[in-house]
Design a protein around this ligand. Structure first.
Ligand code: ZN
Length: 478
């Protein structure tokens, strides 16, 4: 069989998390609203109304463009994209065509062995969303709540080479959108929507074969699965000597299958023309500069800095920078602690992350502050408490908001390092367990852990385990 490579481009629609819609004062978020309750004459397309551009939508789109390394244009304008569909009450969508908000740009995906796949951005512009239709009880229902919600449409060049890379692009894009605070980027709620264009060709070939378009994929796993299945289908067709037709396919989540929707139309005649009700969008150098100044350190830059500045493994750096508030939390803890940054990373990756997942929180929502975590690690370093007590303190601080030292003092959690106290408990454990003692003395050395555990249990976790072990070894050797 020929060795094929996939050629994939992704078209994404990103819902910006502005308070209001792009051309009217209706709330942009209708997630829990009853159908058709969040609309006005502007977004439901009544005649005689005028759209007014939402400045915040432009700013969020500019911030995204800057983070994608795209060139923000000093002059852009909106066009009418004319087509008829029931969820589009005006009969046209206000979009950008001839002069988009930004041009160029790219997103780098880290690949193994320090390589990166640069995915170029072919198109980045602002537009309004359409409504939603659904079938229920033999009827076609329309909800206009989503009409006029601000979207950024972002289309990549066909630079992705596998289903895994397509999934990774979306993962990195979602990370970036949340990092910038421009979108909730929840695919299941439609904040981030993706269509995939897929073709294959013999590996190394420079030409492009006809592509198919996969629509309606609403999770990253589904994109990975749908694209992989389509790559395999096209390879089978090519091997059988068939040509690939430019179909539009729909991903059916329930069956995990691609269904043919219709033969793909050639670029439809949308009869674009400039939107006469909106002025051209002028972006001054000053405005652009203020956006570029507001641009935070980006996730991949921070990931790289964590490796060089703190000596973290890439694996740690990747997890800690998956989300901006977590990476801030990490740096604040390292600063407050002043010791080994890798030790802080271990605490975050093992314990704090578990806590965040269980509580469905982000790091900035915790009552357990970076200063608290730093204090817990220091108390262990100084021998005041043992590791297990330190771990139990996480929940206690989170629940009460008290400082770790205050809880240790009040609950008497300080480690018992008193040789005599531990020795008498060790003697008790030995006296109570003659069978284990005999087994140990007959060579079952692994029982030592069990003996230490018994001592710790009797001392409610407060014994210094290293000291307990040393005393047990001494007593059992007699
Ligand atoms: Zn409205």
């Amino acid at each position: 069989m020929t060795d094929y490579e996939a050629v994939i481009g992704l078209e994404t629609h990103i819902q910006l998390n502005t308070l209001t819609k792009i051309f009217c004062a209706c709330k942009a978020d209708s997630w829990n609203a009853a159908p058709n309750t969040n609309i006005c004459p502007v977004c439901s397309g009544l005649p005689g109304v005028l759209p007014v551009l939402n400045e915040k939508a432009v700013e969020k789109a500019m911030l995204l463009a800057a983070a994608m390394h795209a060139q923000i244009q000093s002059l852009s304008f909106f066009d009418r994209k004319n087509y008829f569909y029931p969820d589009l009450p005006k009969g046209y969508q206000i979009s950008m065509y001839e002069a988009p908000l930004a041009t160029g740009g790219y997103l780098d995906l880290p690949l193994p062995q320090n390589e990166a796949r640069r995915v170029r951005i072919a198109k980045l512009h602002l537009e309004e969303d359409a409504g939603k239709t659904k079938n229920a009880g033999g009827k076609r229902l329309i909800d206009f709540n989503r009409c006029g919600v601000p979207l950024v449409e972002m289309v990549t060049s066909p630079d992705l080479r596998s289903a895994e890379e397509a999934a990774q692009y979306l993962t990195r894009l979602r990370q970036l959108l949340r990092w910038l605070g421009v979108s909730e980027a929840d695919m299941e709620k439609g904040h981030l929507r993706c269509d995939a264009n897929v073709s294959i060709r013999p590996r190394g070939a420079a030409y492009l074969n006809p592509k198919t378009e996969i629509k309606n994929v609403n999770s990253i796993d589904a994109v990975r699965e749908a694209v992989q299945k389509e790559i395999e289908r096209q390879a089978r067709e090519m091997e059988a000597g068939h040509t690939i037709e430019s179909w539009t396919l729909e991903w059916d989540e329930d069956s995990g299958k691609l269904k043919k929707m219709r033969s793909k139309e050639t670029e439809a005649d949308y009869r674009y023309f400039h939107e006469p009700d909106l002025l051209p969008l002028h972006i001054s150098e000053e405005w652009k500069k203020s956006i570029l100044t507001a641009l935070p350190e980006l996730p991949l830059e921070r990931r790289q800095r964590f490796v060089t500045q703190y000596g973290l493994p890439e694996y740690d750096a990747d997890i800690l920078t998956a989300e901006r508030s977590l990476s801030d939390y990490y740096e604040q803890t390292v600063k407050a602690y002043g010791g080994d940054p890798k030790k802080v990373s271990n605490w975050l990756m093992n314990d704090v992350l578990r806590m965040l997942n269980e509580k469905g929180m982000t790091a900035d929502q915790l009552r357990l502050l970076p200063a608290h975590l730093a204090e817990i690690i220091r108390l262990i370093d100084e021998g005041v408490i043992n590791n297990a007590t330190g771990k139990s303190l996480l929940e206690k601080v989170q629940a009460s908001g008290e400082t770790p030292a205050a809880i240790v003092a009040r609950e008497g959690l300080a480690k018992v390092s008193d040789d005599a106290a531990i020795r008498s408990i060790c003697q008790e454990v030995i006296a109570e367990n003659p069978a284990e003692v005999e087994n140990y003395r007959n060579g079952k050395a692994t029982l030592m852990g069990w003996f230490v555990g018994q001592v710790m249990r009797k001392m409610r976790g407060k014994a210094d385990p290293n000291l307990a072990r040393a005393i047990l070894e001494e007593l059992l050797a007699q």
